[in-house]
Design a protein around this ligand. Sequence first.
Ligand code: T1G
Length: 707
Amino acid sequence: MPSPAQTDAVPPGPVRYAREGRIGVITVDHPPVNAIGHGVRSGLVTALETGLADGGADALLLVCAGRTFLAGADIREFGKPFPPPTLPDVVACFDAATKPVIAAIHGTALGGGLEVALACHVRVALRSAKLGLPEVKLGLLPGAGGTQRLPRLIGPAKALDLMLAGDPVGAEEALALGLVDAVEDDASPLEAGLRAAGRLLDGGRVPQPVSARIDRIAGSDPALFAARRADLAKRQPHLFSPHRIVDAVEAAATLAFADGTARERDLFLACLESPQRAGLIHAFFAERQVAKVPGLPPGTPTRDIRRVGVVGAGTMGSGIAMSFANSGIPAVLVDSTQEGLDRGLAAIRRNYESSVRKGRLSATQMEERMASIHPTLSYADLADADLVVEAAFESMEIKQTVFRRLDGICKPGAILATNTSTLDVDAIAAATGRPQDVLGMHFFSPANVMRLLEVVRGAKTSDSVLATAMALARRIGKVGVAVGVCDGFVGNRILHQRGLEAMALVEEGASPEQVDRVLTGFGFPLGHFSMTDLAGIDVGWRIREERRKAGDPEAQATDWLDILAERGRHGQKTLAGVYRYEPGSRSPIADPAVAAVIEEDRRRRGIMPRPVSNEEIRDRCLYVMVNEAAKILEEGIAARAVDIDAIWLHGYGFPSWRGGLLFWADREGLGRIAAAVQRYHRDIGGPRWSPSALLLQCVAEKRPIAC
Ligand code: T1G
């Protein structure tokens, strides 16, 4: 039992100290993830000092309560002053400890959390633990000694791998790397830590702190850093912090520890000041914030989803079935023809085989997942499904027919979801007698890969159904974002406006390649037209046909993209679309035949082409998106700007280091954007350029739109 004298030396707070026999135990208890905010930092220093002064303690043990070890610095504090002690101060205290300190790791030891552990003499991890330095994902670098200690422990090359990827490693791999000294199977980090401390004291040999083991790393190859810089310039040309990580590890490999630590501090502060850090941290919190739906009471009851059904074994349906199978949820996959089923299952198997080849999945896991997908031609097999996702052809008539059948077959309380990307969810719900159990679950292709899931709330969708769908999104590893019903919901509605603008720019004189280069230069993984080729020109063409039939003023004229579609140029799948493609390659190649179609289209419209600047392309493509996003907020189709940011980050590859569409718009300057929108409204016209009232109001009131 801890002696009472020691326990009150540390003031009440997130860190406590108690003695267990000869071991002084420092316990951090700061839910939910033991993030190292100011209270934890000062608590750690006080507890360490208490332990070092405790004459009865021959060694100290650092453990955490709750579900995880220290999850790193408290990200919410970035951008504000750091009251002492800073995290480097805390790490320096542990590094200088005059008694052996053992860190016992469970859950995840991430970022500054792992850096504290690296300053301890010994690290022990539970077998289920994960360890990593994910700072690069926040536009930062490990700024509490990680860039100096890790290379000394595992070598500069492996340290760069770990820090540039930012992904955690498991305990076994950490042991093999030399990141931890032992892996234990205990249920509790305290037991594992006490036993390791006992071994240490009985064994007599106390390892030196990492900083003292190797002052200078001998023999690291300077070519390593040049090679990493060249690779980063190719793969991540836009990012700032990865290059600084290479600089910091180079310092670790060439300078004495103290000088390298000083260099790391300078580089960390440069990252902290970078706008990319603000953007990436906004993106980090956005993904979590959207899970809390405004107006949905916390604790809204959710339904148990044990078995799901998917109607339609096409590209989307088979991807959706995989999403559930990947999360251990059995799926009944229904199609109207055996050929359709066979094609869908073959596609699923090909996807899994590819993952097995890449080592992402074992053959056993693949077979288990295949076995959890039950193909059938009979709707009757959906009778006991808790949720059914319809992924049939994008036609209102077909979808309403499917929903009428589902309504008659599925048990009471089963949730019926449509994967429609543009059609009216309320009209689909009206085909059933249970509109309160109907909503949209709009997956993005490929559904087993893309993380975004637009959860479309119908006028009559109940709170419980919405809450269930949002919880299910998280359970299957998706970023669920609740949106309202309108044409294209949020993501595709904004994409549609950008598409109209990109088409107009090409008609006026730009080339599709130029438009795409501007967008990839902004940070999108694909340009607008290369993305169109990936999705399939025929998809948009059929939607435009539907809009033409519905009398959409902006869809009446057949444009050059329709001409390509009519000529069978449907994109990557036909090796020819806006670009042409070599068999087996996804690299777009500009095609003079397309330029000829565009020129013919301009002649037919009486347009004299003009040079279009990259700046004009950037402004028009991005500002039309911001204007439409503001209208979506005005209409309440999205409840918050952060919902729109998350949708474009996770559904369309908006560059995460820019934070999100509206987060970026605030930094671009709403006044500049609004003035341009009003100018384009005057010069170009069209509903897409009618200025959003909310945008103008934010400018007038001098307030951000992503508040
Ligand atoms: N700071 C503040 N809040 C955090 C946080 C953090 N580091 N990590 C998580 N949260 C919040 C999160 O917003 C959510 O809040 C709740 O905790 C649960 O998180 C100097 C500079 C640890 C693997 O990057 O990866 O150290 O929504 O839903 O799925 O070198 O959180 O409930 O209000 O994600 O179980 C480095 C980031 C910081 C770790 C747990 N550390 N966190 O995942 O829960 S920089 C990180 C995660 C640094 C030093 C540098 C995950 C997790 P709310 P969650 P989870």
